[in-house]
Write a protein that binds this ligand. Sequence first.
Ligand SMILES: *Cc1c(COP(=O)(O)O)cnc(C)c1O
Length: 394
Amino acid sequence: MAGIYLDHAATTAMRSEVLEAMKPYFTKEFYNPSSMYQPGQEVKKKIEEVRAQIAGIIGAQPEEIYFTSGGTEADNWALTAMARTGKQKPGHIITSTIEHHAIGHTCKRLEQMGCKVTWLPVDGRGRIHIEDLKKHLDKNTTIISIMYANNEIGTIQPIDEIGALAHQYGIPFHTDAVQACGQIPINVQKSRIDLLSASAHKFQGPKGVGFLYVRKELPLHNLLEGGGQERGLRAGTENVPGIIGMGKALELAVDSLEERRKRETFLRDFLIQRVEQEIPFVRINGHRWYRVPNNINLSFRFVNSESLLILLDMEGICASGGSACNSGATEPSHVIQAIRVPDEYRYGVIRLTLGEENTLEEINRVVDILKIKVEELRKESPEYEDYLRREKGL
Ligand SMILES: *Cc1c(COP(=O)(O)O)cnc(C)c1O
């Protein structure tokens, strides 16, 4: 049997239609969109079409979309730009304790540079509480940055409520929507989102391209100095094939969203149900309902996640611990710590994230293998042995 890929939150395979759409722009349509002659202007027209298309999908205006090199760049740009446009110098950022490092580490750097950063706690299922946010808001707050959906545990934040509150206080609201875009419907008008980051390779587009949406009333500092690309704010010749691929990928993702949502939710809940029924000492991390359709995050007591991931890898199953960016780390991730997973369950965390090619047969096979491997590892665990001895009253 071929390998089973269950790490779609780390990256996805491009659809063949996306590759086909990109191909001409590597070769015969290679022209620089800034060139004045006709072929260059044709390419320029094409990328402006993609800008309008992406804007339409998220409820924005074309001039509010800036192409970037991915989610990390969009996150860095949003925060550093808004922290500088503060009414007060240095600015005040409100974020959460479970953000992706592209936000978390940027906030830490801004903190070192003198910004005030408020790190909102989350509850045991990974959601911030709107009352907490309200408590920390004041007229000097320069930006609120709360992720749409978490990359490790899949929890979806109360985005509409955050947006409404931010709007009421007149404070810009940024959301890292890298895990949400293409997975769940997004509308920046309805949710009153002022800035939003997304990345193509998370929705079956190419790697190294993404976008930042910025509401046009907001002042935005430029990221890179150079030519006049991206309204003069993000210089550098456009990643034309990447942008074309991202447009195609998002179009296809949105067209198939409802169908994938149903399918992945079914497979997700089926896997969780089987695991809960058939494997003892397991914990589901994250929220049952406010959760992206493709995310499963499990903790096995008396199991070390790295050992389990190696055994799964040997069976051809690609899964991950915390997030891909944390792989190699032996400490529980900041997200697992923030949701206060009990100590016994902190070291046996695995994340399985589904994609449209996963089948019920694969999910059954994964659970069958999990059962065997978890049991194998527990047999070697001194903690498990101690536990059994205590149970028997020895
Ligand atoms: C993957 C990811 C990023 C980083 O996006 P890149 O395009 O890989 O730089 C940022 N935030 C979240 C939530 C992610 O899952």
